[in-house]
Design a binder for this molecule. Structure first.
Ligand code: FES
Length: 209
């Protein structure tokens, strides 16, 4: 792997403008991540949480108890034959969302098709500490890899999701970076809480719509 050049050696934003600095980040991150993609942890499906084949065929809502999720851990379940991520975000992860939003294509979730109204906020979630998202890249539908550690993809990588297919990058709220093939943020499905640590994916709550 070619180590990414630190951003402090990249062209200064004041000298060359935000676009060039952004391009430097994305170029470095893409180069570094190309080597890291194979090392990215595969996200296993949790067989015990899969709904029945019949329920899936009808797209029935899926209840997920995530009380055993450790801070920073990501779990994948199936809903309508799609992978849905449940991520228990740490305070540090939430803080990473409050960074330079000029790098993001849609930091305020203005593309309304990508999430329910109750997830149109900075964390793109009903409760910030729990992120629920369809784990399919909005370019051509590959499953991005989870790289939570800052710097793990190179440059000023804040932690997030990297799609190895064509290099699209998303932060820990599924917000897409500028200058990558994916046109929009990752999709947040309808969901509602059924308990302190359980959600029903595929159903809106009247209280939250
Ligand atoms: S499918 Fe993800 S970048 Fe193309």
């Amino acid at each position: 792997m070619n180590p990414a050049r630190p951003l402090d050696q990249a062209p200064d934003i004041d000298d060359e403008g935000p676009d060039l600095k952004r391009r430097a980040l994305l170029t470095q991150a893409t180069t570094a991540a190309g080597g890291l993609a194979l090392a990215g942890a595969a996200v296993p499906f949790v067989a015990s949480l899969l709904p029945s084949e019949r329920a899936r065929a009808f797209g029935a809502p899926v209840k997920v108890d995530f009380g055993t999720l450790a801070p920073g851990e990501l779990r994948t379940v199936a809903w309508r034959s799609k992978p849905v991520w449940i991520l228990r975000r740490t305070k540090e992860m939430l803080a990473s969302l409050d960074t330079d939003t000029r790098l993001l294509a849609d930091p305020k979730s203005q593309v309304t098709t990508q999430q329910p109204d109750y997830a149109r906020n900075e964390s793109r979630a009903i409760r910030p500490e729990t992120f629920v998202c369809i784990g399919l890249c909005t370019h051509l539908g590959c499953i991005p890899n989870y790289f939570p550690q800052p710097g793990s993809v190179g440059g000023d990588w804040p932690g997030g999701f990297y799609c190895p297919c064509h290099g699209s990058m998303f932060d820990l709220a599924g917000r897409v970076f500028k200058g990558v093939p994916a046109p929009t943020n990752l999709v947040v499905p309808p969901y509602t809480y059924t308990g302190a640590e359980s959600v029903l994916i595929g159903a809106d709550s009247p209280k939250e719509t």
